[in-house]
Every structure is written in C-alpha cells, then in structure tokens.
Ligand binder design. Sequence first.
Ligand SMILES: Nc1ncnc2c1ncn2[C@@H]1O[C@H](COP(=O)(O)OP(=O)(O)O)[C@@H](O)[C@H]1O
Ligand SMILES: [Mg+2]
Length: 289
Amino acid sequence: MEPKPSSSAGTPIIEVTGLTKAFGRAPAKRVALRGVDLSVAPGEWVAIVGPSGCGKSTLLHLLAGLDTADSGSVRLAGEEISALSAGRRALARRHRVGLVFQAYNLVPHLTVQANVELGMRVAGTGRRATRARAQELLDLLGLSDVARALPATLSGGQQQRVAIARAAATRPDVLLADEPTGALDSEATGTVVDLLRTENAGGRTVVMVTHDYAVAATADRIVFLRDGKVTDERRPRGLTDSGGVVGVLPGPGPGATAAAGSSSGDDAEGPEPAGTGTGDVDLLGLGSW
Ligand SMILES: Nc1ncnc2c1ncn2[C@@H]1O[C@H](COP(=O)(O)OP(=O)(O)O)[C@@H](O)[C@H]1O
Ligand SMILES: [Mg+2]
C-alpha cells in the first residue's frame, strides 16, 4: 500500500471558493449554499457535518460536478470543473471521483457484484482484475453471500455497503460519500469506517458527510456547515487504536444538531432523503458516452 501523503503536501486536490447555490425562484427559492470556501489536501480525510438542510449534499454534488453552482469556483486537481461542459465534467468524474449517494443509486437490474464491477468495466479494467477487486471489497464489507442478489432484495444497510464498494472499486483519487453509514448498525458502521480508512491510507482523498459524530471523529478534519456556510472546523484527537472514539469531540459547535450514536438497525429506514436530484444521477460519469 502506498504511504499516505502528508496532508500539507502540494496543491489542494479540492479547492472551493465562494460557492453559492440556490434552488427555485422567489417566493419558493431555497438557498442551499451561501459562499462556501473549502480546501482539501491530497490524501486528506474530511468530514462535513451539520443539520439537515444546511447544504451538505448540495456541496458534495457540486464537488462531483453533478450540478453547477450559481457563483464561485470548484477546482478538482487544479481543474476548474464549473467551467467544463456536462460531458467534460462527467469525464473528470469518471477518472477522479468515486461517489456514494444518500439514496445509493444502485442499478436495479444488475446483481450486487455487477454493480460493484460497473465502474471498473467502464474504465476498461481487465476482467480478472475487476473480478478480484470486486471480490475483495465484497469480502471486506461482508457482502459475499449476496454477490449474486439484486439490490432490491437487500436491506438498506446492505445496499449502502454495495454503494460504497462500487465507489471505492476504481480506486478514485477522491471518494465523496454522503452519509455512508446512515443506514448501518454500529458493527457495519465500523466495517465501513475501516474500509474508508484503508482507502484513505492507500492515498485516496475522502470527503464524507455524516450525522454521526463518532464517525466524523475518525476523519483528519471536521468541517461544520450551517445554513449554507462553513462555520467552524476542528481536528479530532484521541482516537483509540481501533479507531473507536473516546469522547474527545468538544461538541458539535454552535447550533449543529448532533446525532452521535444514532446508529440504527441494519434493516432500519435509509438515511434522510437526499435533497438534491438523487433519482437519475450519472454517478459513474457515463454522461459523456
Ligand atoms: N433539487 C432541489 N430542489 C429544491 N431545493 C433543494 C434541492 N436540493 C436541495 N434543496 C434545498 O437546499 C437546501 C440544502 O439541501 P441539502 O444540500 O440536501 O442539505 P443537507 O444534505 O445538508 O440535508 C435545503 O433547503 C433543500 O431543501
Ligand atoms: Mg443530504
């Protein structure tokens, strides 16, 4: 495994400045982002936390180039993605970004294994390497038994893990995950956090949105978003060897809604419905085909 790069090294892999985004028109206009600045170093692991509706999913979608901002800039590996056409954005995403959505977005008529293999097939990875990587991720996430099942037959927690396996499969430079543990019980949450840690240690930059402060505390840095703005950031300390958290977070910061320990059963309802277009999203960057 490659060593984790120093988080202060080089140019940021993600650089966001003055990002604003609103949906709809007055009087129904909803302002999702009100000028977000965020810089993420290569190899860094950032958690974004904040109350429901504060703009977390919108920010991730803009980072992925799935949508365009009203103003401001998003640079991915130095490339201004907001200036690219939808097709070029899809291409940039296919090469650089792995995405986990709040609503999973699995392909319903493909088996679990085929869902995990999809991005690698699109990228032209050889059959044997594709199989091996899918197998590795399915094993790691406890999904081998359901490899041949269709997504609809799985629990919410299982589907969420398939979505994570699929996003990580191509070893993207950047893994963006929206509430990756939102539907998981504490054991599955630990499995997913371990996987993210492994991917991050392998050099992947990770930006995850989470409601769970115990999960956030596993990151290098926690960014607090509130009402469309970054209000605070902290560097968590005091992780145990296993990555468990030992009550070190000094609290969520002003006004953030903590939901620490909010793990629900594996078959519990999924996470809060995603605010931004989760219906038909081109998460694999197929749009330019
Ligand atoms: N596609 C959309 N159409 C209209 N309003 C939206 C859309 N996506 C998000 N919003 C609104 O933007 C705000 C931020 O939403 P979102 O980014 O989903 O927040 P979070 O992920 O933090 O819960 C909310 O007020 C939400 O209702
Ligand atoms: Mg959201």
